[in-house]
Ligand binder design. Sequence first.
Ligand code: SAM
Length: 222
Amino acid sequence: SDHSLQYPPSPADVDWSVHYPAFASSPKVPEFADIGCGFGGLLIALAPLFPDTLMLGMEIRVQVSQYVQDRIAALRVTAPRDTDPSPYQNVSIVRANAMKFLPNYFAKHSLSALFFLFPDPHFKSRKHKARIISPTLLAEYAYVLRVGGIVYTITDVKDLHEWMKAHLTAFPLFEPVDEQTLRAEGKGPIVDAVYTSTEEGKKVERNGGEKWLACFRRIDPQ
Ligand code: SAM
């Protein structure tokens, strides 16, 4: 349960300098959000590729979020510090229930990428409202994403893939964007990381499972 968690009342109340000390003097806020980031594989893969982009993982499990925090702290110390900013300064994590408190962290139109990688499937239909992609939550995702921003989803559960695709496609503020288009726009390294960088993605690979990618662009309905 998340009852013991303290949440910022609004994004303006978050002190990002605690998360990104090397960026303390910059007005930057997180632009990439990894929802249910698990052990942090995506963030760790993307951080060095976009050293000037702030990234935040959200993870509800205490030990797992602590692990990611320790992992980032260790990488900040051990990675060669011959770049400015030095590596992994742009990545951080909060322990949070993303289904309830996303708008407490991210201001309207502040994100350019939102990741849902191998989310929990909640197979039984009475549990579908527990899914991280649902009609109610889509309005929040559209709110925090800027026009042109991308929602990346991937899963090894075909039924969940169809569910996410159907809901996102039906939502007026998102339009499907295929993998080739994203690659042509220079987002190939992001797509590659989505497929292969996370702990869950690696497990699926070891077990010979299939991966279903579906991506969507936040559009301006005008
Ligand atoms: N994305 C990671 C990966 O690909 O390795 C983790 C996938 S794991 C199957 C799903 C993760 O979502 C778990 O770590 C779980 O604790 C987290 N999670 C589930 N519901 C959440 C919520 N409401 N807010 C934040 N994290 C959540």
